[in-house]
Structures are given as structure tokens and as C-alpha cells.
Design a protein. Structure first.
Length: 431
């Protein structure tokens, strides 16, 4: 008799696609419920436990304007490496002015609701623009908006980043959908509230969107003009004469994850206290910023292009915007959700194996920004830093805080390389 041949059983996936979707849905519902209690209901009941130190600056500026003073009255660029007082462009002062009409508790509740709505809406726009339609995009967007640590940092501390994130998300959709004027206006509005998005004009110029670049410039100028009747010409001058030079200063404070912060920490410059201006250091930071912007613009193509590749173009610009800024605090990396989604969409379209490098860079960013950094921040205080400063362990210890910036650089490099492997249509040979 012939022995029976036993065939190996096919390996089953540890979790089926259906169960994965169910788990994702349960996670999204649970996170949304917890966030709704913490950021929507708790403030109304007086149980909100956030620090909200950044938001207190906005309220103080609003009350200064209500009293006829400049929103920059309390600004002090020399108090520490992180500065003090309202340091946003004049148009941002227009946006926060209505806070003076509310009580402190009412202003906190309104700002939390606004931050919550902007982040969730922006995440949904990004997910539905960048990710495949077959994916559970809404669930992914909710988890991104309510569980990604840089985004949730804004809720606890009252930062203005959610507003900028929504404008960038809408500009991202306009970029992918070839809506030139909309993209320019949205980027101009974002630059009117926070200066860093102004560098994204290089994407418009590289794509030969002349009308979009003009719309962006006109919108940014109009945002300043709108602020003049409210804060006066003297208030506008204060921003450009006092605030802007302080914002352009090189600082190596551990929260600063721009290239300037990385280089400043490598030279131990302005980490715990303001250091003397260093021309070689400043030139190195400027050169690095120009280089990363030039590399991002180099990958942009005029004319027709695949939507997923268009998304990565814009994502490259966003990473470059964060890296080339003089200051990019940890919560500013909420905007990293845009390049992460764009890169994931491109990898899904081309295949995970061909884009292994891109997938690894994505995973590294999620781990570093979503897990390692919040764990480090929760267990860090000034006493720890001061006790290590001046010891032989200080410099290597300090470089550990550049890990988020290095993860962002790795993502930038992987996205740049992925766009360099663009699949061009083959042209049939002539007979």
C-alpha cells in the first residue's frame, strides 16, 4: 500500500481582516468616548485637568486688546529659551479677540471644542484624501486625531495647532484634487495665523501654479491688513520689530524638533538658557533649511500626476516646513499626520514590499512620536535636566532628545526616494 501523503495546512493569519476592522472600530469608539468626556463634557462640569498654559497667553492677549492695548504687551523674548507672551502674527490676534467676551471657564470650553472639531475634521479630510477607499478611513482618522500624542498634547495645553492643521488638511485635499486657487488661499490663511506654512509657496511655484502662489501671497498680506483696525499699526510693527526676531533665534530646547533645534543641541547652544548669537551656527541652520526645502520642491512635477504621488509631494512639503522652521515644538508635529497618511496611501497603492523603506520610516515615526516621546515627557522635569547639565553625561543625554527630529528626517528621506521611483507609463515602440 502506498502511504498517504499529508499536506501541510495553510497558515492562517493571526487575525482576519474582518476581526481587524472590528478591533479598529471598537478602539475608535472607545477613544472617541474617552476624548468626548475629557475635552467636551468635563470642561462644562468643571472637571477638566489640563494645564492650558498656552491658551492662557491667548486669553491674556484678548483681554489686552479689549482694554485698548497691543496683544504683544506681555511678550518677552528674553525671559527664557521658550519666550513668554503672545507671539503669533497679527491675524491670529483677530481670531482670539472674541475670547475676551467670555468668562475664563467659557473660553476654555469653547477653545477645547474648537480644537477637538478642527483636529477631527482635519484628520477625516486627510484620511479620505490619502487612504484607499477600501480602508476604514473614518475609524483611522478618529484614532489619529484622538490618540496620536502630538495631537492630544494640544488639547491638554491649549495650543493653536489644530486650527493650522485643519487649514493644511484642506490645502492638502485641494493640492491632490488640482484646485489651485483654493490651495493658495488656504495656505495663505495658515501663514497668516502661524508663519511656518509660508514656505510651502515653493511647492506652488515648482508646480507652476502662478495663480495659486499669487492667491497665497495676497491672502497672507490681506490677513495682516485685516488686523490693522483691531490692533493698530503700532501693534503690527511690534510683531515684526520685536516678536519676529525672537522667533528667528536658534534654540536647542528639548521640545524644539526642527533642524535648527537638532543642530543647536549638537553644539549645546541655547538649551537651558539663552546663548549668545553664533553666526556660523545660524548659517548652518539656514543652509539646512534651504536644502530640505529645495529637496522637497525638486520632487514636485508640473502637469498630470498620480493622486497618491501628489499627496506625497505635499507631505514632503509639510515635513520640510516642520524641519526648516526655527522653532517646531513637539505638538506642532500634529501636522505629521498629513505626510504619514500620504506615505501610507502611496505604499498601499504600490505595494508594501516594494515600499519597505517607506513603511519602516512610517513605523519609526509612529513609535517615536506616538509612544517614546510622550513617555519621556511625562517623566521629565527641569530638576532632572539641571542635575545632568555640566556632567560628562550631558551631551549624549541631550542628543536623545533629537530622536523625533531624526525620525522626521528619515521619513522625509524615504518619501523623497519613493517619489524618485515614480512609475512612468511605458510608451510603445514605433513600428
Amino acid at each position: 500500500m502506498q502511504a498517504a501523503v499529508t499536506r501541510p495546512r495553510p497558515r492562517r493569519a493571526p487575525i482576519s481582516a474582518r476581526n481587524a476592522r472590528l478591533l479598529l472600530r471598537i478602539s475608535a469608539v472607545a477613544v472617541t468616548a474617552m476624548a468626548a468626556w475629557s475635552f467636551l463634557l468635563a470642561p462644562l462640569l468643571g472637571h477638566f485637568t489640563g494645564h492650558f498654559e498656552d491658551f492662557s497667553v491667548y486669553v491674556a492677549a484678548a483681554r489686552d486688546m479689549a482694554a485698548g492695548r497691543s496683544p504683544y504687551t506681555s511678550f518677552n523674548g528674553n525671559v527664557s529659551v521658550v519666550m513668554a507672551g503672545f507671539d503669533y502674527p497679527p491675524f491670529a490676534a483677530v481670531l482670539v479677540r472674541p475670547l475676551a467676551l467670555l468668562s475664563d471657564s467659557g473660553a476654555v470650553a469653547l477653545w477645547l471644542w474648537l480644537s477637538f472639531a478642527c483636529t477631527v475634521a482635519g484628520a477625516v479630510v486627510v484620511a479620505r484624501t490619502a487612504l484607499p477607499a477600501s480602508w476604514p478611513r473614518t475609524d483611522i482618522a478618529l484614532l489619529a486625531a484622538l490618540a496620536f500624542a502630538p495631537a492630544t498634547y494640544n488639547y491638554w495645553h491649549g495650543q493653536m495647532n489644530p486650527v493650522i492643521f485643519l487649514l493644511l488638511a484642506l490645502a492638502f485635499r485641494a493640492w491632490v484634487q488640482d484646485r489651485e486657487l483654493s490651495c493658495g488661499v488656504l495656505l495663505g490663511l495658515a501663514a497668516g495665523i502661524k508663519l511656518s506654512p509660508i514656505v510651502l509657496v515653493v511647492l506652488l511655484l515648482r508646480r507652476r501654479w502662478w495663480r495659486g502662489a499669487a492667491a497665497m501671497a495676497l491672502t497672507a498680506v490681506a490677513s495682516v491688513a485685516v488686523a490693522v483696525p483691531l490692533i493698530g499699526a503700532a501693534g503690527v510693527r511690534s510683531f515684526f520689530d520685536a516678536v519676529l526676531p525672537a522667533l528667528s533665534r536658534d534654540t536647542g530646547w528639548i521640545y524644539n524638533q526642527s533642524l535648527g533645534g537638532l543642530i543647536s543641541r549638537a553644539t549645546d547652544h541655547s538649551v537651558l538658557r539663552i546663548g549668545a548669537t553664533s553666526s556660523p551656527l545660524h548659517l548652518a541652520v539656514l543652509a539646512a533649511g534651504v536644502a530640505v526645502l529645495a529637496l522637497a520642491a525638486w520632487r514636485v512635477r508640473a502637469g498630470r500626476r498620480d493622486g497618491a504621488e501628489r499627496g506625497v509631494e505635499f507631505g514632503l512639503g509639510v515635513v520640510a516646513m516642520l524641519l526648516c522652521a526655527s522653532i517646531a515644538w513637539y505638538p506642532h508635529f500634529t501636522h505629521l499626520l498629513i505626510p504619514i497618511a500620504a506615505a501610507a496611501g502611496l505604499a498601499a497603492r504600490r505595494g508594501w514590499r516594494p515600499e519597505r523603506r517607506l513603511v519602516r520610516a512610517l513605523a519609526a515615526c509612529l513609535v517615536v512620536f506616538g509612544l517614546l516621546v510622550p513617555l519621556a515627557l511625562d517623566n521629565l522635569d527641569m530638576r532632572t535636566l539641571s542635575s545632568i547639565a555640566g556632567t560628562p553625561a550631558w551631551w549624549p543625554f541631550l542628543q536623545l532628545f533629537s530622536l523625533p527630529a531624526l525620525a522626521a528626517v528619515a521619513l522625509f528621506a524615504a518619501m523623497h526616494a519613493a517619489l524618485g521611483r515614480e512609475r512612468r507609463p511605458t510608451v510603445p515602440a514605433r513600428a
